[in-house]
Design a protein around this ligand. Structure first.
Ligand code: ARG
Length: 466
């Protein structure tokens, strides 16, 4: 752009230039379509910076007042959608500064004293990621609350527990849901940790080496809610590990979401019939009138690709970059924004589905006894009552399973004579342990699936999440 000072190049950095950049240069260089999302952070950073400059006597108070009024006006323009975003001004920082110049004239030129776009963007992006970590952690806790509510409802609802997706041992639906409460708790705490670690203000690092002006970085840090300023100016403008860490936490959380989504898909297929989702969270087919598809679950299952992809993307962008700032780092934002958009939508949709689903307790309970799921209970009875070594009990039980399979019945329906043919000391009270309900209720070890244990964990989480 050509501005009224007569510089042929760029209005903000064009002093040494005599010609305009090529269109292609402008297109590859501009980031405004992406970083306009940082407008709020950019204005907050500029307000704090200007206030500090005036407080330190670096700029006149009157200029600071003009700057603050201009920034307020710009905030209004952005909020009402009339702010003139311009590609030729590259990014959000220069768009704001150029608009400020239009609005208030020369005092605008003092705002960038003791500051560079390098520390400015590091600040803006850090503040955005910090808020995203907070939002994600809060949303995860909402999801946990939904899971705990459903778990409490179904603390004693029997369902098959699987390993290798083969019937393993009976568990309760409440126990299964509470497993995800534990996973999501770790996810939320990863976001909390990342947020605490990144909570240092890079502003004042200037281009890379710090500044000769007597700035007060501690005051700016405090004004923007940071615990302290960063301690090394080169690190301040070069590091994006705060975003890598947030994206890692996001990728792990998305992985957990995808597992729960996959289970919802499996539970909902009529072959399982463990749950139903209402019209609110399913879609129909344009050709098959009978269909009810769990699209939201499938999409959540897929979103992990985008989120993990953004982590890989930024890791590769940062790999091998020499200190300090390099324009490569401008590529840090688009993927991060996309990843958090996907994560936030996934978390909200998963919470909606958990609230929406109806458990078919009779189908779950019928399936809980299938596949000889109480075979371990039979083996444990042989150990406890007959003193058999577990390996031998395992062998005897295996033969009992083979007999039941041959007779086409469950273990609980195997005649006593059949069991006594395997070991004549087996008594009728063995049937007490062969029902899925008895099996689940007996697993009273800490963290086990017995409804009484599950309820203990539910009570603990209800308190923690209150
Ligand atoms: N738009 C840039 C980014 O997102 C801002 C920093 C540019 N700094 C520079 N020296 N060109 O990284």
């Amino acid at each position: 752009m050509t501005d009224d000072s007569g510089k042929a190049g760029h209005s903000l950095w064009g002093g040494r230039f005599s010609a305009k950049p090529a269109d292609l240069m402008r297109r590859i260089n501009a980031s405004i379509d992406v970083d306009r999302r940082l407008a709020g952070e950019d204005l907050a950073g500029s307000r704090a910076h200007a206030a500090m400059l005036a407080e330190q006597g670096i700029i006149p108070k009157a200029d600071e007042q003009a700057i603050q009024a201009g920034l307020d006006h710009i905030a209004g323009e952005i909020a009402t959608g009339v702010f003139p975003f311009r590609e030729e001004l590259e990014d959000i920082h220069m768009n704001v500064e150029a608009r400020l110049t239009e609005l208030i004239g020369p005092p605008a030129g003092r705002l960038h004293t003791a500051r560079s776009r390098n520390d400015q963007v590091a600040l803006d992006f850090r503040m955005w990621v910090r808020a995203a970590c907070q939002r994600s952690a809060d949303q995860i806790r909402d999801l946990q609350r939904a899971l705990v509510r459903r778990a409490e409802e179904h603390a004693d609802a029997l369902m098959p527990g699987f390993t290798h997706l083969q019937p393993a041992q009976p568990v309760t639906f409440g126990h299964h849901l509470m497993a995800y409460v534990e996973m999501f708790a770790r996810d939320a705490s990863r976001f909390d940790d990342a947020r605490a670690r990144m909570n240092e203000s890079p502003l004042g690092a200037a281009a890379l080496a710090g500044t000769s002006f007597p700035i007060d970085r501690h005051a700016v840090a405090a004004a923007l809610g940071f615990d302290r300023p960063t301690a090394n100016s080169l690190d301040s403008v070069s590091s994006r590990d705060f975003a890598l860490e947030a994206l890692s936490a996001g990728a792990i959380c998305a992985t957990h979401l995808s597992r729960l989504a996959e289970e919802i898909v499996i539970w909902m297929t009529p072959a399982f019939g463990f749950i139903t989702l209402s019209d609110a969270f399913t879609t129909g087919s344009s050709i098959m009138p009978q269909k009810r598809n769990p699209d939201a679950a499938e999409l959540i299952r897929a979103k992990v690709g985008k989120i993990l992809g953004s982590l890989v993307n930024l890791t590769v962008v940062m790999k091998g970059l020499p200190l300090a700032y390099g324009k490569d780092m401008q590529e840090d934002k688009a993927g991060t924004f996309e990843a958090f958009d996907a994560l936030e939508l996934s978390l909200a949709a998963m919470t909606g589905m958990i609230d929406d689903l109806a458990a078919n307790r009779s189908a779950m309970s019928a399936a809980a006894g299938a596949g000889f799921s109480t075979a371990t209970d039979l083996a444990d009875w042989l150990v406890r009552r007959l003193g058999l070594p577990f390996r031998e009990a395992h062998h005897v039980t295996g033969r009992a399973v083979a007999r039941a399979e041959a007779l086409g019945c469950d273990l609980a329906a195997l005649p006593l004579a059949e069991l006594q043919a395997l070991d004549d000391r087996i008594a009728a009270d063995i049937y007490d342990v062969l029902s899925p309900a008895a099996s689940a209720a007996s697993r009273m070890s800490h963290g086990g699936t017995a409804p009484a244990q599950v309820r203990l964990q539910i009570a603990r989480w209800k308190e923690a999440l209150a």
